[in-house]
Design a protein around this ligand. Structure first.
Ligand SMILES: C[S@@+](CC[C@H](N)C(=O)[O-])C[C@H]1O[C@@H](n2cnc3c(N)ncnc32)[C@H](O)[C@@H]1O
Length: 452
């Protein structure tokens, strides 16, 4: 295919290249305008610089439709800005105009170098209405990245970095606290700025999908929520990795030591524990709705395995309270409802509009308590620990209940062993113990923990 130069325009005028199709203003003497058989080829000539384009946050679907509607109705009123033959402002309008064969004008802007052009494009975007916070953060960050080497140079060289670029820099020394400055540029708080950066990095590395960023952009998810999810998921993979290592190490050990860990469903392995032999069942069933099906089995297990006067203490979610109480009804006596107060941050349950600061612990007794002179506190609290299980409980809580409700020669049982917190506490307090865990890898991890 041949590209044919049709004219060289050096005036400030707008000239029609293809009548009724495009108006082009050529203010730079060096620009040659080419006419081609198709509009697309022409638009190839007005260069779209990938980096420049990437600086421009996408318009929302509605905004884009509205813009297209307006341009179709009133024409492209504002000129697109070009630097030589590179488009620097008006990418969406350019796209709409070329697709719909609508005339547009261009105005030329002079930059001394790319950096100056980039800063101009970024600053220009900040003037946009309805720009989402995440996009403002991305722009501020890019601005910071572009200016950083120049700012450094400013500090270093007696020439104040001259020669690197002529991008407009702050007159005085560059800001010491770039985070603060960038957050201010983005128009958000510093914490939001950090959270936004985390999201943008995670999206760039493929850790989260672009769809999540879109959800943030559309305000369907908050920046802080998504950043928290990313952090939690990173912590989880970290823990998973450590656990895997622990499980592998434990697999090498002699299994005899772990005769008291039964891998499988506690209901199917109930015969591994002698009826009436257990002083305390201290346990922590899963918190999902499905887990409620386990409560009946747990109540039967406890009724059979507990010694007379023995206790069952279980953690559970607020929403599981009713079904747990129903399941134990007529089997064990509900002795008390205790509170386990979270020492870390509170969890916001938006669907209920509650900031949760504690979880219930139900205490059931077989028959009645014989040692009422031993006073129990109904509020416990402990630290957050997740090394051995995602839902790991604090060992000091287990220790408190074991010390209080299991005599030194008694047996502690955990039907949902998880990371082995109950076992570790029992071992520390020199109580005999037995545990059930349905997940093989998890059971191995619990064993490894007890071996330590
Ligand atoms: C909430 S976690 C226990 C966490 C434990 N308290 C800790 O500190 O690590 C519940 C555990 O019960 C296990 N589990 C679920 N259903 C079970 C069943 N029917 N029998 C035995 N274990 C089960 C799960 O695999 C999970 O590891």
């Amino acid at each position: 295919m041949m590209w044919v130069p049709v004219t060289r325009l050096e005036s400030e005028n707008y000239e029609t290249i293809r009548p009724g199709l495009l108006h082009v203003r050529l203010s730079l003497p060096s620009v040659t305008v080419w006419q081609f058989g198709s509009l697309r080829l022409w638009s190839d000539k007005l260069k779209i610089d990938k980096e420049f384009k990437s600086l421009i946050p996408p318009l929302g679907r509605e905004e884009l439709l509205q813009l297209e509607e307006n341009i179709k109705q009133d024409g492209c009123r504002d000129p697109l800005v070009v630097w030589g033959d590179i488009l620097v402002d008006g990418h969406n309008r350019f796209d709409i105009c070329t697709r719909n064969e609508i005339k547009f004008k261009t105005v030329s802007h002079k930059f001394n170098d790319r950096t100056e052009a980039i800063i101009w494009i970024i600053d220009n975007q900040f003037g946009r209405r309805n720009l989402a916070d995440i996009d403002r953060i991305a722009l501020a960050r890019k601005r910071e990245e572009v200016l950083r080497p120049i700012a450094k140079e400013n500090l270093r060289t007696p020439t104040g970095g001259r020669g690197l670029t002529s991008a407009k820099l702050p007159e005085s020394k560059p800001p010491i606290d770039t985070r603060k400055e960038s957050a201010k540029t983005a128009g958000v708080g510093e914490r939001t700025y950090d959270a936004g950066k985390l999201i943008l990095d995670a999206a760039a590395s493929g850790e989260i999908s672009q769809e999540v960023v879109e959800e943030v952009r559309r305000k369907e998810k908050s920046i802080h929520r998504v950043a928290k999810d990313i952090k939690e998921s990173r912590q989880k993979s970290n823990r998973d990795e450590k656990r895997k290592e622990a499980a592998q190490a434990a697999e090498q050990e002699s299994p005899q030591f772990f005769d008291n860990v039964h891998i499988g469903d506690f209901r199917l392995n109930a015969d591994k524990v002698r009826d009436g032999s257990v002083s305390l069942i201290f346990t922590d069933p899963p918190y999902d709705k499905k887990a409620e099906e386990l409560f009946e089995g747990l109540a039967d297990f406890a009724m059979n395995k507990l010694a007379e006067g023995g206790s069952l203490v279980m953690y559970l979610g607020h929403l599981q309270l009713r079904s747990a109480l129903n399941a134990f009804d007529g089997k064990l006596r509900h002795w008390w409802t205790c509170a386990c107060v979270h020492d870390g941050g509170k969890t916001l349950m938006r669907e209920y509009g509650i900031r949760v600061g504690w979880k219930p612990m139900l205490w059931f007794v077989k028959g009645t308590r014989h040692d009422k002179q031993k006073i129990i506190s109904d509020v416990v609290s402990g630290a957050t620990e997740k090394t051995h299980h995602d839902w790991q409980q604090d060992q000091s809580e287990a220790e408190y209940w074991i010390e209080s409700l299991c005599p030194v020669d008694g047996i502690v049982c955990d039907t949902f062993l998880g990371g082995g917190t109950t076992a570790a506490a029992a071992m520390k307090l020199r109580r005999k113990w037995v545990g059930f865990e349905i997940d093989h890898d998890q059971a191995v991890i619990a064993m490894a923990r007890c071996k330590q």
